[in-house]
Design a protein around this ligand. Structure first.
Ligand SMILES: Nc1ncnc2c1ncn2[C@@H]1O[C@H](COP(=O)(O)OP(=O)(O)O)[C@@H](O)[C@H]1O
Ligand SMILES: CC(=O)N[C@@H](CCC(=O)OP(=O)(O)O)C(=O)O
Length: 300
């Protein structure tokens, strides 16, 4: 080593980064941030650990983070191991009685506990829940229709035990917000009819964020955010602009229900929703604590 080389001054760098992040940390103090952690964003062990560290750091900075997770690809793998084929209609998994049991097992069981363990390993207290716990969320059978592009005839879809959240009771989440605990919630909920429903994780996160009037709702997916026609990231969108992009076909496929959930959440009182790439390490902190953010911010 040549001693005349300048020494890396990590102390200085860390102090500068902290000074930059401080005003953002203060702005989110005591505020609720709902983070939807999608199955595609989960990636490898290192990414999972970085995600858990971000959530732990938010809690340590006085923010109230709530994790709602998905696990679509993981459910698909379990179903195929059991010889059951996955079938989707309008982006939702057709869920019969046998499938909903496996969905609950994978989402509220293994994935939920994996995320809890990752956050706990960062020195925090995570608590794994689903809509059933504390009567938090009640669902009703989803009533979805699709229009046949050839005949233009509307068709009602029977998706089985796919639900839509219709009641959110914030009692348990308010209690946890005042505690050391970080809620990690799986998108499974009971119906008043006694059935168990499988709910799309984006929809579930939107309902939780709306009921809590969260400051931010972050959707961690596997693209940088909403992209324009030439594939460039759009940094900020109003609700009206987002609707135009859906109408003109710039937003398509799985991004349509995601952006529609964003719009609904904003209309229900969430201040801002961000779609960002969960495969980028520390995406949550980069979004919340830096000037330029990390994805697409959708606001009123
Ligand atoms: N304008 C757009 N910008 C970004 N992604 C888009 C756009 N239009 C369609 N998409 C698609 O939407 C996908 C994200 O939705 P989805 O796969 O449902 O996410 P997740 O499984 O993480 O919830 C992207 O991978 C991309 O293929
Ligand atoms: C009804 C419905 O489709 N439910 C989803 C729930 C999980 C989910 O949404 O996970 P991602 O966020 O990883 O896609 C499913 O069964 O796949």
């Amino acid at each position: 080593m040549n001693h005349s080389d300048p020494q890396p001054d990590t102390g200085e760098t860390q102090a500068r980064l902290l000074a930059e992040a401080l005003p953002f940390m203060q702005a989110y103090e005591n505020k609720t941030v709902v983070v939807k952690y999608g199955g595609h964003a989960m990636g490898n062990a290192e990414l999972g650990q970085a995600f858990a560290r971000d959530i732990a750091l938010l809690k340590q900075s006085g923010v109230n983070p709530i994790v709602v997770h998905g696990g679509g690809p993981q459910i698909g793998r379990m179903l195929s191991q059991m010889g059951i084929e996955s079938r989707f209609e309008g982006g939702l998994r057709v869920t019969d009685e046998e499938t909903v049991k496996i969905v609950e097992m994978v989402l509220a069981g293994s994935i939920n506990k994996e995320i809890v363990a990752l956050i706990n390993a960062e020195g925090e207290w995570a608590i794994g829940l689903c809509g059933k716990d504390g009567n938090m969320v009640f669902a009703e059978k989803a009533r979805k229709t699709v229009v046949d592009p050839d005949s233009n005839i509307e068709r009602v879809l029977d998706l089985g035990f796919v639900g839509e959240p219709v009641e959110v009771d914030r009692t348990l989440l308010d209690l946890l917000a005042r505690s050391e605990m970080i809620p990690v919630i799986a998108p499974v909920a009971p119906g008043r009819d006694g059935a168990t429903y499988n709910i799309n994780a984006d929809t579930f996160a939107g309902a939780i964020a709306g009921a809590l009037e969260a400051s931010r709702l972050l959707f961690l997916t596997d693209v940088p955010g909403v992209l324009d026609k030439s594939g460039e990231l759009i940094k900020e969108l109003s609700v009206a602009e987002a609707r135009t992009l859906i109408r003109d076909g710039t937003i398509s496929g799985g991004m349509i229900p995601k952006v529609e959930t964003c719009i609904e959440a904003i209309e229900n009182g969430v201040e801002g929703v961000v779609i960002l790439n969960g495969k980028k390490r520390h995406a949550v902190l980069l979004e919340l604590l830096t000037e330029h953010g990390a994805g697409t911010l959708i606001v009123r």
